[in-house]
Design a protein around this ligand. Structure first.
Ligand code: ACO
Length: 399
C-alpha cells in the first residue's frame, strides 16, 4: 500500500494491487463463483443444471436478460439471433484480405471490431433498443466470423449460414460443410459442442471480461469492447491453456512416461498444464462436465489415444501429495482440447471456440456496466517509479 498525494488538502490513498488480485472492479449479478466449494452459477443457476438441461442460446438469454425466458421470449430470441447470422459481404471481402496463415483469433478480433463500422448506430449506447439489437447481432455473427477464419486458414471457400439449422449445427456447417445440399452433424457432437459453449459462457471478472468492461467504460460501442475481450483471450495465459495441454500430452507420448514427467513437474521443471486454478481450490465444476462430454464425443469419433494418457495423469496426480497439498485439480482446459481435437479442430481454433462461448458473458458484463450508475471510466492509479524534472538537452549537444 502506498500513499499518493492527489491534492493539497487530500492526501489520497492508493492500493498497490498488480493484476487486481484483491480489488473488486465492479458490483455484478451475472455470475457467482465459490472457488473453495467448486460452485459456479449463472444468474443463480448451477452450471451443472444448465449444462445438462438447457442449451447455449437459452443460457445466453439468461446471462444477458438476467432471468430464464418464457416460451415466447425464447422463440423470439432464437428467431432474432438466427435472422442475424449473416454478415455484410464487405466483411467477407475484408477477411479474405488476411494472409493465408493468419491466426483465426487475430481475424476474429479484427472482424468483430470492424462490425462497429457497419453499424455506426451502435455508438449510441444510451438507447436500450439499440443496445439490444447489437447484442443479438454479435451473438449471431460470432460463429460466422469464427468459422470463416477457420475456412480461410484452410484455403477453402467460406460457407454462408444455413438458418434452417440450430445455432451450434449452423456453426459446424459453416466450418465443415464440403458438399450440397446440407451439412448433417451427429446430434451427440452438436450437444457436446453446445455444452462446451455453455461451460465457457461466463466466468465473472476474468481477464477478458475485465478488458471488455475497461474498454466499455469509455462508452465506446460494444463491438470495440468485445474486440478487446477477444484480444485478452488470445493471450496464452487466458485462452491458450487447452492447446498447451494437448501439446503436453503429445510430448508425454505414452503412459509409461508419466511417472518421469510427474517427477519433472514436482522438481519445478514445468507445470502440469490443465491443473490448478486461481479461484477453484477444490475442483473446477466445469472439468467434471467436460469429462462426461468427452465420453459422448469419443463414442462418435473413436477414442483419442491421448485420452488414456490424460486419465492416467489425472489419477496419478490426484493421489500424489505434491498436487493434493497444493489443491491442484483438473481445470476446464484439461479435457476440452481433447474434445476439440476429436472434432478435428487445429489447436489455433480452440480459443475461437472459447470466444464464441464467452460472447454472451462479455455482453452481459458490458450491459451491466452501461446500466451501473456508480461505474466510472476504468482508470487505475499508479505508483510512479521513474525520474522527475529532467532538463531536455537538444540533440546537437547530446550526439
Ligand atoms: N503444475 C504444477 N504445479 C503447480 C501448478 C501446475 N499446473 N499450478 C500451480 N502449481 C504450484 C505452484 O508451483 C505453487 O507451488 P509452490 O507453493 O511450491 O510455489 C503452488 O502450486 C501455487 O501455485 P500458484 O502459481 O501460486 O497458483 P495460482 O493460483 O497463481 O495459479 C494457475 C493458477 C495459473 C492456473 C496455475 O495453476 C497454472 O499455471 N496452471 C497450469 C496452466 C493452466 O492450466 N491454466 C488454465 C487455467 S483455467 C483458465 O484459464 C480457463
Amino acid at each position: 500500500i502506498g500513499k499518493i498525494r492527489s491534492g493539497e488538502d487530500e492526501p489520497g490513498l492508493a492500493v498497490y494491487d498488480p493484476g487486481f488480485v484483491n480489488t473488486a472492479s465492479c458490483r455484478s449479478s451475472v455470475t457467482f463463483i465459490d472457488g473453495d466449494k467448486g460452485v459456479l452459477e449463472y444468474r443463480g443457476y448451477p452450471i451443472e443444471q444448465l449444462a445438462e438441461q438447457s442449451n447455449f442460446l437459452e443460457v445466453a438469454y439468461l446471462l444477458v436478460h438476467g432471468s430464464l425466458p418464457s416460451k415466447d421470449e425464447y422463440d423470439q430470441w432464437v428467431h432474432n439471433i438466427t435472422y442475424h447470422t449473416f454478415v455484410h459481404e464487405n466483411v467477407k471481402g475484408f477477411m479474405e484480405g488476411f494472409r493465408y496463415d493468419a491466426h483465426p483469433m487475430g481475424m476474429l478480433m479484427a472482424s468483430v471490431g470492424a462490425l462497429s463500422t457497419f453499424y455506426p448506430e451502435s455508438r449510441n449506447i444510451s438507447d436500450a433498443d439499440n443496445r439490444a439489437i447489437q447484442i443479438i447481432r454479435m451473438i449471431a455473427k460470432m460463429p460466422t466470423l469464427g468459422a470463416w477464419s477457420f475456412r480461410h486458414a484452410q484455403g477453402k471457400p467460406y460457407v454462408y449460414p444455413d438458418n434452417a439449422l440450430s445455432y451450434t449445427e449452423n456453426f459446424l456447417s459453416m466450418l465443415f460443410k464440403m458438399s450440397e445440399p446440407k451439412y448433417e452433424a451427429d446430434p451427440r457432437l452438436v450437444k457436446a459442442l453446445d455444452t462446451l459453449f455453455i461451460l465457457h459462457a461466463d466466468h465473472e471478472q476474468n481477464a477478458s471480461a475485465n478488458a471488455v468492461r475497461s474498454v466499455g467504460s469509455t462508452q465506446v460501442d460494444p463491438y470495440s469492447a468485445v474486440a478487446a475481450g477477444v484480444g485478452a483471450l488470445y493471450g496464452p495465459l487466458h485462452g491458450g491453456a487447452n492447446e498447451a495441454v494437448l501439446r503436453m500430452l503429445k510430448r508425454i507420448g505414452s503412459k509409461s512416461e508419466i511417472p518421469a514427467f510427474i517427477e519433472g513437474v514436482k522438481n519445478g521443471n514445468e507445470r502440469l498444464m490443465g491443473f490448478g486454478h486461481r479461484v477453484y481450490k477444490n475442483y473446477d465444476p466445469r472439468a467434471k462436465i467436460i469429462k462426461k462430454a468427452c465420453d459422448d464425443v469419443f463414442e462418435v469419433t473413436g477414442v483419442n489415444p491421448l485420452l488414456e494418457i490424460a486419465q492416467e495423469l489425472e489419477k496419478i496426480a490426484l493421489e500424489d501429495e505434491y498436487f493434493v497439498k497444493r489443491k491442484l485439480y483438473p481445470n476446464v482446459d484439461f479435457y476440452s482440447g481433447l474434445i476439440y481435437e476429436a472434432f478435428q479442430f487445429p489447436p489455433e481454433m480452440f480459443t475461437v471456440l472459447f470466444a464464441i462461448g464467452r460472447t454472451p458473458g462479455w455482453l452481459a458484463q458490458w450491459l451491466e456496466l452501461t446500466q451501473d450508475k456508480e461505474q466510472k471510466i476504468a482508470r487505475p492509479k499508479q505508483i510512479y517509479t521513474g525520474s522527475r524534472g529532467l532538463t531536455y538537452t537538444p540533440t546537437d549537444q547530446r550526439w
